[in-house]
Every structure is written in structure tokens, then in C-alpha cells.
Ligand binder design. Structure first.
Ligand code: FUB
Ligand code: ZN
Length: 651
């Protein structure tokens, strides 16, 4: 049997054996190093509250309007051009195909939560156009077709051929898990089969350039058992082709994927590439248990949290090369912090969580999700941030941070797919029970790993309030461990089962409550959401002498419309003074606003000299003002103006 037929046989066998409906955002049921198995998206219904409105807007506004914009900007015409269905020019940059793939993935995730004939119709029409543009040999990429077909795989550092395939596979898998339909998956598998047949150490060299295919190949392997896909991921991560392709790879190279993954010692270069490479490498570790990968992943993670992480969960300081900076190089207004990079951070940490069960990874996911990712989409769902800076001068009213469309429009559909896959991040099963990662009004209908049906509800106003009421109802009395996450920001937490206190809760860890659970058992969690002032390591020079405000998982900021003085002129007066907390149901979709005593320079700083002798301290000429903080994610949803996360304070 030739390898193509063999693969087809493997694929058909695995596809009929596994129930597509039961596969989560990551399908880890057979992954040897996974300590938990995420539940499928459809098992979790998100109720009223924080994410409900965001997700509703995502389905009703964001995805339909983004699809229309993809059409209007010629993304689908690129496929029609290659299939011969339409004549015209090629549109967009080299990675343009990936945007419709990410959109399909987003829409397919939402179908896993609820049917939607409009989105389903759009997906089906898009798939029809895509499949029609595929070459007989399986190759598909509209940029490298027709007159450019002769140049395929000649510019692998920048060509994005495999990056686009990675997104195609992810879209195909999400759609398969929504519908059981394998049309796009078959097309993606055909391209993979072509790569496996023609490329490799003893064949033609291959390189991803922009990592992405690696994690998609691992998920393909999990979906249909195609071992060649996993081997291909390992080959790409190994960086073995650097020499054969005569690439000048250095530690500061813009291209991240040419470097053998296990030789990395710090996060450098393009931030999204780094996050996707780390995600793919974690996937590879989850399947193979290769210890060298795990060691490198831990080294990189430490580099991230000790040196390169924004308080919002955003990553990537520099616009030049969309890259990480040096250690502690974390500028605020110049922060690049691309939405896709924060999403990549969440993706990587989800994988690290499933490999270890350590809550520090869930904390990181939550930090990115509520702040640096959530800021990426406007409350209307139709304007997006590509960059997510932590300060904004507001001096140039034409400088718009939120836009409906970008020439490189990678972030909008990435934000959409994150929101539509959200229920899939809430729970996972393990061999001895259930893991609870996130909190929100919600309902879980699933089962333990021995098959016992399990219904769990959460009632909460999280993140606005720290109290979570859960009911835990196995179909019949059952002894198992319920692992509830105690967030790293909750410095004192109470846990009760049926009103009786449970001891042992530790901040930033999972608490395993092992007992005989009966239908209707009640778990109460009381997290401490009191606002906290955070200081940065003084080596972060931009934040020296400043504080940031955190309440629960939310990072706050000052925005001009709420202030009594220019944002640039204010200080937080007394760090020991308490915050006032006020629910504002009609402001910015409903928020808790924080107020604190502050001071403002009597003369606006913009009228002061650039330099002056020490001793003429401007601090003596202040007047009292009230500082009003809003959650960072909600900034730039009103008239354009200044914003600051880090505020000067007498420390
Ligand atoms: O190169 C494809 C995508 O475009 C990257 O992930 C983003 O950073 C943007 O450069
Ligand atoms: Zn992006």
C-alpha cells in the first residue's frame, strides 16, 4: 500500500471511531502527557454576565461583518481567481488566505455552542470556494498559485504557505467537530499527505517560517490518528533544515522557526511566531513526552514571567519586527502587544496547563483573556485593536487604535475565534475527577471519565464579584475530586461545601475537594476581589514610581472622559488610601468603577519646561482630584482621549 492510501485508511478508521461531537478545543483524550482532558465546547453553556454579551455581539455582529469585509477586500476572490471562477487581481499580503480560515474556525466554534443557519451557510460557501482552488496534488495557497506557482517553497522564511495550511487545518477541525463534515478536513489532509510524500530529511527541505502548522498537525493527529502529521510537526520544530537551506539563523533573527526549538533559551524575535512555536512545541511534548521540549518550554516560560510580560497578559514590546524586547523592556505607549500575541500567550498556557495541572498557567490565561485579549475588540464588536498599548497620549485625534479592518487583518478573526471557543476552556476531566478553571454563570453537562453523567452549575457575577455558588450533581452518589482553581490574585479565599468550611485553599493553586458527591451538593467560593495596587520591578524603567490597579482578574486604567484633570497630569495621592467601588450598569456595557484620591498639577505639565533644576519640584503645586479607574479592556470605546494603566504614585 503506498503511503497516501495507507494514510487515507488510517484517517478513515480514526474518523469513524472517534465521536467528533466529544472533542474539545484540544482533543487530549489519548495524549500520553495530558493530565486533564478539556470538555467539548458544546458541554458548557455560558449564562448571563460578563462574557455573555461579548459572545452574543461576536455572533450577531463581529463574525457577519468580518465575513462581509473579507469578501469586500477580495479574500474570497483570491480563491475564485485560482479556481477559474472569477478573473481579477490578487488581493492582500502573502498570508491573506489565513484570515478566512481563522474566520471559519471562529464561526465553526460558535456552531458548537448553538446552530446558526446564516454562519453555517457562509462557512459552506467559503469551503466550496476554497476546495475548488486546490491543486490536484493537494497544494493550496492563492498567493503561490497561477503565475507564482513556480516559486512555491522557495521563500519559506516569509512565504506563509505552511502558516496558511495550519490555519486551514484548524478551521477544518473546528468545523468537523461542529458538524461531522470532513470536506475541508479532507482537503487539508490532502495537502499534508503531499508534504509528507515530498518533503523531509531525505527529500526536499521544509520550514514553516511563521510557526502555526506545528500545533495544527498535532491536532490533526489527535483528530484522525495520522502519525505522519505528528512526525512532520516534530521535523519542523527540530529546525534540522536550517543548514541545508543555508539560512543565517541567529538568536535575534526575525524568523523564529528556523532555530531548533530545543536550543532556545529566551523569548526573542516575532512575538506571535514565538507564542505559536511554543504552543506547537507543547503539543508535541503532550504527544511524545520528549523531555528536552518540556525543559525548553519551562525556560521560556520563566523568561516570559520574569522579564517580558505586560501586566495585561500582552507580549511583544517592539513594533520593529513585531518582536520581544530585551528583559524588562516594557514600554507603555509604544507597546506593540499585538492582539494575536496575547491570544498566542493564552493558547500556549492552555497547553502547559493540560500538561502539568498547575494553576499558574490558568492564571496567565485569565490575565491575557480578561485584559490584553479582551481589549482587542470594541464593545460594539466591529472595531479591533491590532496593538494594545498600556498608555495613550490622545494628542493626535486622527490616530485611531480601533479599526474595522487592517491590511494585515490577522487579529480580528483571531479575537473572534477566541470568544467563540471560550466555553471549551472552562472545565476538564481527569482520571479522578473534574477540573474547574474559569468562573462565570454557566452550566456544564458532561460526564466523569468513568462515564458517570455530571451536571455542574455556577452562579456568580464574576469578575465583578468574587462569590461563586456551584452545584455539583453526579447522576448518582460518587466519590471523586473536584479541583477548583484559587486564582493567584485572591489573597484570602473561603471554600465551603454544603455550608461547611473546607480547609487547604492556597492562592494560585487548585484545591482538590475529594469526597462522596451527591446530586445537588453545593460549593461556595469566596474570592477576594479587593482592588490592589501593583508595582513593577524597578528595572522596568517606564513603570518606575508608578502603580497599576488590579481588581480580581481585571487590570484598570485611567481614561480621559472620567477625569477632572488631564491624565498626563495626575498622581495617585496616597497608596494606603482605600478605593471606592461603584457599579455602573450604564457605563461601557456595565462595569465596576474604582475611585481613589489623587492629585493633579495646578499648571498643566505640557506648559512646563522640558528640563529644570532639581528642587523646583512640580509635586508641590498640586490640587486634590478624584481619580476614576475603568477596566482596561473597555478603554477607547468613547471619544478618543488619553489613557494610562501605570499611574505615578509616592511609593
Ligand atoms: O505574519 C502573519 C501575521 O501577520 C502575524 O502573526 C502577525 O504578527 C502579522 O504580522
Ligand atoms: Zn494579529
Amino acid at each position: 500500500m503506498n503511503s497516501f492510501l495507507f494514510l487515507a485508511a488510517v484517517s478513515a478508521l480514526a474518523l469513524s471511531a472517534a465521536d467528533w461531537r466529544d472533542q474539545g478545543v484540544l482533543y487530549l483524550d489519548h495524549s500520553p502527557k495530558a493530565v486533564m482532558h478539556p470538555v467539548p465546547i458544546r458541554a458548557v453553556k455560558i449564562g448571563e454576565g460578563f462574557w455573555y454579551e461579548r459572545r452574543k455581539v461576536n455572533v450577531e455582529r463581529s463574525m457577519p461583518t468580518m465575513y462581509d469585509l473579507l469578501e469586500a477586500n477580495g479574500v474570497m476572490d483570491n480563491f475564485r481567481r485560482v479556481s477559474g471562477r472569477k478573473e481579477g487581481p490578487l488581493h492582500g499580503p502573502v498570508y491573506t488566505d489565513s484570515d478566512i480560515y481563522k474566520w471559519i474556525e471562529a464561526a465553526a466554534f460558535s456552531l458548537q455552542s448553538a446552530p446558526n443557519a446564516d454562519l453555517q451557510g457562509r462557512i459552506d460557501r467559503a469551503i466550496d470556494e476554497i476546495v475548488a482552488a486546490q491543486d490536484k496534488n493537494g497544494y493550496i495557497n492563492t498567493h503561490w498559485s497561477l503565475d507564482r506557482a513556480k516559486d512555491r517553497f522557495t521563500q519559506m522564511e516569509r512565504g506563509h504557505e505552511l502558516y496558511c495550511l495550519g490555519h486551514m487545518l484548524q478551521a477544518a477541525i473546528a468545523y468537523y467537530r461542529a458538524t461531522g463534515n470532513t470536506r475541508l478536513l479532507d482537503a487539508g489532509q490532502k495537502f499534508v499527505n503531499y508534504l509528507v510524500a515530498d518533503f523531509g530529511p531525505d527529500k526536499r527541505p521544509l520550514l514553516t517560517g511563521h510557526p502555526e502548522l506545528e500545533l495544527a498537525l498535532a491536532e490533526l493527529y489527535r483528530t484522525n490518528g495520522d502519525k505522519h502529521a505528528l512526525e512532520l510537526a516534530g521535523y519542523l520544530l527540530s529546525g534540522v533544515e536550517t543548514q541545508r537551506l543555508n539560512l543565517k539563523v541567529s538568536q535575534t533573527n526575525y524568523m523564529f522557526s528556523g532555530v531548533p526549538f530545543t536550543s532556545r533559551t529566551r523569548l526573542i524575535g516575532h512575538a506571535v511566531r514565538a507564542m505559536y512555536a511554543a504552543s506547537g512545541a507543547t503539543d508535541y511534548y503532550l504527544e511524545t513526552g520528549d523531555a528536552a521540549y518540556f525543559k525548553t518550554l519551562n525556560t521560556l516560560w520563566d523568561d516570559l514571567v520574569r522579564h517580558k510580560l505586560y501586566i495585561t497578559g500582552g507580549v511583544g514590546s517592539r513594533s520593529s519586527g513585531e518582536a520581544f524586547g530585551e528583559a524588562w523592556e516594557l514600554p507603555n505607549s509604544q507597546a506593540y502587544t499585538e492582539s494575536c500575541a496575547a491570544i498566542g500567550n493564552m493558547m500556549w498556557n492552555f497547553r502547559m496547563l493540560t500538561a502539568t495541572g498547575e494553576a499558574k498557567y490558568t492564571d496567565m490565561m485569565e490575565r491575557a483573556l480578561y485584559n490584553g485579549i479582551n481589549s482587542g475588540m470594541s464593545l460594539t464588536g466591529t472595531l479591533y485593536c491590532y496593538r494594545n498599548p498600556l498608555a495613550w497620549s490622545g494628542l493626535d485625534p486622527n490616530d485611531k487604535i480601533r479599526n474595522p479592518w487592517y491590511d494585515t487583518t490577522c487579529c480580528p478573526p483571531n479575537l473572534e475565534r477566541t470568544l467563540s471557543s471560550l466555553p471549551g476552556y472552562f472545565y476538564a476531566t481527569g482520571k479522578d475527577g473534574l477540573w474547574v478553571h474559569f468562573y462565570h454563570d454557566s452550566e456544564l453537562d458532561w460526564h466523569l471519565e468513568d462515564g458517570t453523567p455530571l451536571h455542574v452549575t455556577q452562579q456568580t457575577k464574576y469578575p465583578w464579584q468574587g462569590s461563586v455558588q456551584m452545584t455539583v450533581s453526579p447522576a448518582a452518589e460518587k466519590n471523586f475530586a473536584l479541583r477548583v482553581r484559587i486564582p493567584g490574585w485572591s489573597t484570602s479565599t473561603k471554600v465551603l461545601v454544603n455550608g461547611a468550611a473546607v480547609t487547604g485553599a492556597k492562592t494560585g493553586e487548585y484545591l482538590a475537594i475529594q469526597r462522596m458527591w451527591k446530586p445537588g451538593d453545593r460549593v461556595t467560593l469566596e474570592f477576594d476581589t479587593r482592588p490592589t495596587l501593583i508595582a513593577a520591578n524597578p528595572l522596568v524603567t517606564e513603570d518606575a514610581g508608578k502603580v497599576a490597579v488590579q481588581r480580581g482578574p481585571l487590570i484598570y486604567c485611567l481614561e480621559q472622559p472620567d477625569q477632572q484633570a488631564p491624565v498626563a497630569d495626575v498622581l495617585l495621592a496616597k497608596v494606603s488610601a482605600p478605593f471606592a467601588e461603584e457599579q455602573k450598569p450604564d457605563l461601557l456595557g456595565g462595569i465596576v468603577m474604582l475611585t481613589h484620591t489623587g492629585a493633579a498639577y495646578r499648571k498643566p505639565l505640557e506648559s512646563e519646561p522640558l528640563y529644570e533644576p532639581v528642587g523646583l519640584s512640580r509635586g508641590h503645586t498640586t490640587k486634590p482630584v478624584e481619580l476614576r479607574f475603568i477596566p482596561y479592556y473597555a478603554w477607547s470605546n468613547r471619544e478618543p482621549g488619553a489613557m494610562a494603566v501605570w499611574v505615578p504614585a509616592p511609593l
